[in-house]
Structure formats: structure tokens, C-alpha cells
Design a protein around this ligand. Structure first.
Ligand code: UDP
Length: 310
């Protein structure tokens, strides 16, 4: 296995920890997915059968402030990758897409057939790459492509050795809650409690990162059987509110999470969660870890690595 990373939002130390957890040696090559010459040398030097393409920027607010960076990295990077894959006749690809492609969908739970209406540059880049890959698949039946639409990936590996290490103050709920629990941040701001949900706070489909990783393994196995194009939600199939997550985190870890209710965050959707039946049918995959597991593992990671990987 070969990992390529430009480390724009990650640390090389992760590789040591992956090797410790798996007991396997992993080749790590530093480089950028937009650099076709670089990619060509990697494909020349390694016998690659399939690619899992994770190399995307993912902060919504940053994508609004700096859209060109997102189109360049996410769209141009994906184009460069599939061009080089074509050149080397490697035609099995798993792409990290996102539930954000559904936008303000009215259907709950959301099936893969729901209308698509991303509404920020980050979401547009995910949908554009999906479209490129759909067209590529239609043009050449040798391609096997899985578009995996992630819901809200959270938590950390059970060992507490690898987890999320966001730059600066976290934007997302789970790392924010973890840092409040650790005393690094004073209190959680809950963005609105007047949504039409169970307790007024936003509802999301949180999926444990290890379940998410296993979804990729399942997808690779299906690609191997010449499945063509496969578009699948990766989610648990049910939603939890912000307050439910906070309460579960407190129960599981015994740590207090002080919070206050503030204004809604611009662009937030009240509620979304996956229809997860297609993943079960097509990939023989479903989540096995619940919200308590997610909170426990997120806290292991946070408490064992108060400074992240540094
Ligand atoms: N949220 C919150 N406070 C925070 C961060 C997030 O109340 O500091 C809420 C947010 O409004 C949403 C949910 O938590 O209802 C999940 O937000 P996150 O940013 O983690 O994911 P996304 O918005 O991409 O679904």
C-alpha cells in the first residue's frame, strides 16, 4: 500500500501510528495530487491496482471565502488523478464524496436518488467531481468507481492513537466538544435550539470513522467484481441532535460539557440523515458502532493526545 499526502492538514506522525496499529509497513510519499508528473512517478514505481481518493479540502466557510483554492485542489486534483490512472490503466477508484451534495433535501432519510443541490463551493466541488466520474464511467466500461457520500464522520480509532487534529479552533461539533471536555475551550456554543427537531437543535447522522473506513474496504471488494459505477451513502441511517450528542458524551466520559445556546449558524440545515439501505444491499456494509462508542473513542484520542500529533 502507498499513501500520498501533501500534509496541508495532516502530520507525518500519523503513518507511524498506522504502522503500529496494523503491524504493516506503509510506503509514504509526500506530494500533491494536482502534480501529474509526480503522480506518474508513483504509478511507475508501484504496482497499483486501485486508488482511494481522499485528497480534498473540506471546510465549508473557507470554501466560501476562497472558492478558487477549492476548485483547484478538489476538482483539478481529481482530474489530474484520473488522467494519470487512465494513462497507467488503473481503473478502480473510490471517491470521498459527501452528503453535502443533497443540499437542503426535503426527504428524510435521504436516499441516493434524492435531488442534488449543493449550495456552497465545497459542495459544488464534490458534485462536480461526481459528475466527472459519472461521465468517465459512461465513456469506458473498464472503470469501476464508487462514489461514497459520507454523512458526519466523527470519533477516532479505538486505540486512541489516531484521530482528528484540526488546525486552530475546530469548526465541527465533535472536536469542539472534545476540547471543551479537556478544558482547552471554555464552553460549547450550540447554534440554535429552535429548529423543527426533537429538542430544537440540529440533527445529523454521525458515523464512527472506523465504520467509515470499513465502508471503503467493502467498496474496494465490490469494485474488484467489475461493478461499474456505484453511488452509495455511508451513514448510520439515523440522526442525533446536538444535545443528544452532548448528553451521551457526558455520560460516557464523565466529563462536563458546559454550553450555551447562540444564534443559528448561517447555512446550517435543521436535520439530515442517510437512507443506509443501499450500502447494505450493494456493499454488505452497515455501521456497527453507536453514538456512545463514537464519544468514548473521541475522548480517548483527545485525552491521550492533548496536543494532537505534535
Ligand atoms: N454545531 C454546534 N456548535 C458547534 C459546531 C456545530 O451547535 O460549535 C452544530 C451544527 O449547527 C450542526 C451540528 O452541530 O447542527 C453538526 O455540525 P458540524 O459542523 O459538525 O457538521 P455539519 O454542519 O457539516 O453537518
Amino acid at each position: 500500500m502507498v499513501i500520498i499526502d501533501n500534509f496541508c492538514n495532516s502530520k507525518p506522525e500519523v503513518i507511524n501510528r498506522i504502522q503500529k496499529i496494523t503491524g504493516k509497513t506503509v510506503a509514504l510519499i509526500q506530494g500533491d495530487v494536482r502534480d501529474k508528473v509526480f503522480l506518474g512517478t508513483v504509478f511507475k514505481q508501484h504496482a497499483i491496482k486501485a486508488v482511494i481518493h481522499f485528497a480534498g479540502l473540506k471546510a465549508v466557510a473557507e470554501s466560501v471565502a476562497n472558492p478558487l483554492r477549492y476548485y483547484d485542489n478538489n476538482v483539478m486534483g481529481s482530474l489530474a488523478l484520473v488522467e494519470v490512472m487512465t494513462e497507467f490503466n488503473v481503473k478502480n477508484l473510490v471517491f470521498s464524496s459527501s452528503a453535502t451534495v443533497y443540499g437542503f433535501s426535503d426527504t428524510k432519510p435521504i436516499p441516493e436518488t434524492a435531488p442534488l443541490s449543493p449550495f456552497n463551493p465545497y459542495g459544488h466541488t464534490k458534485r462536480m467531481v461526481e459528475q466527472i466520474l459519472e461521465d468517465l464511467s459512461a465513456s469506458d466500461s473498464a472503470w469501476n468507481i464508487a462514489l461514497l457520500r459520507y454523512f458526519n464522520p466523527v470519533g477516532a480509532h479505538e486505540s486512541g492513537m489516531i484521530g482528528e487534529d484540526p488546525n486552530g479552533i475546530p469548526n465541527n461539533l465533535m472536536p469542539y466538544v472534545s476540547q471543551v471536555a479537556a478544558g482547552k475551550l471554555k464552553e460549547l456554543s450550540i447554534f440554535g435550539n429552535d429548529y423543527p427537531t426533537v429538542d430544537g437543535t440540529g440533527v445529523r447522522d454521525y458515523i464512527h470513522v472506523v465504520d467509515l473506513a470499513l465502508g471503503h474496504v467493502a467498496a474496494l471488494n465490490v469494485l474488484d467484481k467489475n461493478c461499474g459505477l456505484l453511488t452509495v451513502n455511508l451513514g448510520a441511517g439515523h440522526g442525533y441532535s446536538v444535545l443528544e450528542l452532548v448528553h451521551t458524551f457526558q455520560e460516557v466520559t464523565g466529563r462536563a460539557i458546559p454550553y450555551r445556546i447562540v444564534e443559528r449558524r448561517a447555512g446550517d440545515i435543521a436535520m439530515y440523515f442517510a437512507d443506509a439501505t443501499l450500502a447494505k444491499q450493494k456493499l454488505a456494509w452497515q455501521t456497527q458502532r453507536d453514538l456512545a462508542d463514537i464519544c468514548r473513542d473521541a475522548w480517548h484520542w483527545q485525552s491521550q493526545n492533548p496536543q494532537g500529533y505534535s
